[in-house]
Ligand binder design. Sequence first.
Ligand SMILES: Cc1ncc(COP(=O)(O)O)c(C=O)c1O
Length: 441
Amino acid sequence: MTEELNHGQTPATQGSRIDAYVDRYAARAAGMVASEIRALFAVASRPEVVSLAGGMPYVTALPLDMVGELVSDLVTRRGPVALQYGSGQGDLHLREQICEVMRLEGINAGANDVVVTVGSQQALDLMTRIFIDPGDVVLAEGPSYVGALGTFSAYQAKVVHIAMDDQGIVPESLAQTIYALETAGAPVKFLYTIPTFHNPAGVTLNIARRQQVLDICQRAGILIIEDNPYGLLGFDGEPMRALRADNTDGVVYLGSFSKTLAPGFRVGWALAPHAIRDKLVLAMESAVLSHSSFTQLAVGQYLATQPWREQIKSFRELYRERRDALLDALDALMPPEVTWTRPAGGFFVWATLPEGLDSKAILPRAVAERVAFVPGTGFFSDGSGSRHMRLSFCYPEPDRIREGVRRLASVIEQEMQLRDTFGTGSVFDRHGVDTPGPDLA
Ligand SMILES: Cc1ncc(COP(=O)(O)O)c(C=O)c1O
């Protein structure tokens, strides 16, 4: 039977299981690739390993009793609404509250402009679904967020990376790339960017460049997707002004409560011009009918009754202490040939290894030495990035971060000695998007 279904081909295997439908998948399923480093990360989640890999917010810092009471009160008082289907656009009161949150970044919008989504990840999926046909071009910083690259790949988009430096996306590179693509007859569908406290690069687009990026895209008629889950987690001063604050029609803004409250609620949103908003609502309904009323009302209740600005402030302080622990340890312990970014907010530092070292090749040895990171190649769609690694400081306590850097520095030193003795070369030659999974996003 299986032989017949496979037209006589040898059945493909997944581990020990035979996939009888291997020749029946849609072509786009080929773009959904599990990471070959996932197995290593299973080991990396053991308690003896210091994980500088995961991007998980430190939810333990939330007053969990308060969350418990809030949820229980919600069911008791508003159960029939909270447990019912909701609207495709999301709860109106929550959308009003979201507008209040966005005002902190200079955005002036109404509830009618917002669509509530299952995390900002779903907003990314819906945006890609309504804009991308197979082969369409998407621009993204190089490196870029692994979850976005996975989504673009799943919809068979062609991602073209734009250079970035420690001030964010390089406007000249953006303009030149757009010109080259248009000249080659490959028009761009949108620019996907994380301007503030970038994942994974840890850098922020400076103010002058913000206007340049807006101008370049406006001139070229290119829509910007501004993905901003970390914008309120800055360590110094007031929040940056969002790109969307200065351009209403050319920017779709994606926000999330995952980092400022908790990812378990899975509440994010898209703020979009009305024509796009209408398509997003239809796409949302076709995907899930409506978002969970329960978690939307829980987040709404939290915002209405709890000091959420204070909570964000205390998250900022917690993450600032961990950022400092990571940067101080890197300064003190890393070989001078290694360089890294110095984030002013968010969760991530992006490190660059000396010439001839490959972060993916180093990972097994690092895990054996009980420290983990995410290799840089996962953050590029073209397999580049092998000299880079993402180090996250959001989850481990400061002492563990210091210990992790001590272990990592020693592994890198050993690798440099090996390189000096045997020359360069990598055992990994696969190209493509790695998807390390939600806990590592
Ligand atoms: C840049 C970026 N965008 C989007 C997301 C998705 O967040 P969520 O779906 O939890 O809102 C993440 C999560 O890590 C992220 O780092």
